[in-house]
Design a protein around this ligand. Sequence first.
Ligand code: CU
Length: 183
Amino acid sequence: MKYTVAALASLATMVSAHGNITSPLGRIAGAAMAAACGQAAVDAVNIDGTIPLENIQPATADCNLFLCRGATFDDNVDRVQTFTAGQVVDFTAILPIPHEGPCNVSVVDTTTNSVIGDPLIEFESYADEALAQLPANNTAFSVTIPQLAAGQCAVAGQCVLQWFWFGTGAQQTYESCIDFVVA
Ligand SMILES: [Cu+2]
């Protein structure tokens, strides 16, 4: 796809970072996402990995932005991490443009896009731009891998740890996913 000058200019205005998880290694956008969401969506995410899903125009009905901001397992089969129940997993977030709102990290069943169990960590008020400085745990926090039912999250692609943040005032939704299996 060739971009017009106007399209490039509109892409450029989207380069205004908001937030993302930088560790553990998260899902990235690739060919499978491009097939469902369009190459422009992949390009937008690759230009600015911190954009909210509202900034992405899905190309087809198969583009599910409300799971991992459209990033798919097929593009991330070599990024699956193995955790054990009780393991403490450290997260690092970047929040260049904070927006106050709720945030959580949950185990999500990717087949049904449903949360398994309780959130592993939950913030009622996250990334509050009214604060002079964000609490340290907004950008560095840990979760503990829960004891799951037998067979749950045992197969790669079945489950992700999803960081979900909604900026209430900005009306922007952020999602980062880590593919994992429980050993
Ligand atoms: Cu934002």
